[in-house]
Design a protein around this ligand. Sequence first.
Ligand SMILES: *Cc1c(COP(=O)(O)O)cnc(C)c1O
Length: 459
Amino acid sequence: MTTQHSLYSQLPATDRLLRDPRLLPVVEKFGHVRTVEALRLLQAEARDAIRQQQALPQWDWFLEVEKRLAADTPPGLRPVFNLTGTVLHTNLGRALLAEEAVAAVTQAMRQPVTLEYDLDGAGRGHRDRPLAELLCQLTGAEDACIVNNNAAAVLLMLAATAAQKEVVVSRGELVEIGGAFRIPDVMLQAGCSLREVGSTNRTHAKDYRAAINENTALLMKVHTSNYAIEGFTHAVDEAELAQMGREMNVPVVADLGSGSLVDLSQFGLPKEPMPQELIAAGVSLVSFSGDKLLGGPQAGIIVGKRELIAKLQQHPLKRALRADKMTLAALEATLRLYLHPEKLTERLPTLRLLSRDAASLHQLGETLLAQVAPHYSDFEVRVEPCLSQPGSGSLPVERLPGAALTFTPRDGRGSQLEALASRWRALPVPVIGRIKNGRLWLDLRCLEDQTLFLEMLLK
Ligand SMILES: *Cc1c(COP(=O)(O)O)cnc(C)c1O
């Protein structure tokens, strides 16, 4: 009993701990309230230990309280190195924005902006107007509408132009984009009935034609952006469908997914269909994402015919799906870069990363290898050729040749790879690679800050 009493009296009082300068940084970091709470919990644990084991816990109170608080603090959004080889990685935030967009967002956050305000008093109305003018310039469309993402764009297009009516889609295009976004489900949510035509691999013009009746609201094309149908296939392209739509007086809409505004073949990438081409071919509405190949913020962009866009703008869902001032500011700054296409690869991170050539990545790899390898003696570290991908369902089957630093365990044990990957995930700026073929790959395509990278890897 007496020993227990003397042990209890050795427990430091909360007040005394709080006055100790060693606790100051903890209070600064986690706040007074949470620190006191954590100290009380530790004291209760210590009293339990005395009661059950007749011993004081062995911890250092200051380190322990910090450890407990840190473990109990959700990590939140953290910057990482995306060395996965997927440039537009949905789980890592897709497109990195241009400095011009970053500056525009900062300004829109700090100052009042003309979100829905005409300085010339012309009363042009809604928040999408300035962007719509820019988008019309870039795509040749008559008008535009902006929402929070392309999934929202598809929902709004369907709900505002085809509710209670039929939408004709090829069976080969009833795609799932990821998450719960499947074209048939979106149709249902928009109140449309889906009229499937053709087969998985082959759909012909006559299939669409036969499906059109007095209850048909739209013909729809969905870009199969995350998979490819190969072999014995046939699809009707947007131009042909638009022609039929004109003949039969049914609008054609297209969900383009990525929708690049520039011809990617100039960077050695396969060409993606471009919104301006579909508009020129007579498609009535075209939707695409802001944060895929466009390289901007998360947004859904719809361009097309004036009277259909007006329906979208007036639909109650538009109010629920509208983009905020930060998104609009970032998107405007991003789109303005497209007015200077010659500078795009320099200023727009997405295109800059996608267009890096294999030779320069190999060179970067060799430079890094010399510094990294000596710190990883349990691994054979090499520079190896690899194939990166744009990601986010854009350019589904195409691969970009590049270079990676690879780490192969000398003892051939796979568990070493997992251990290394998890050690890198625990770094102050986590380094995220990919395990494949018995080694850990750090694809260098998206590595721009070499100094910080080396600082992390040589820790
Ligand atoms: C990515 C994609 C979507 C969804 O776009 P988000 O901007 O991610 O909402 C819809 N349709 C297609 C064809 C896509 O590729």
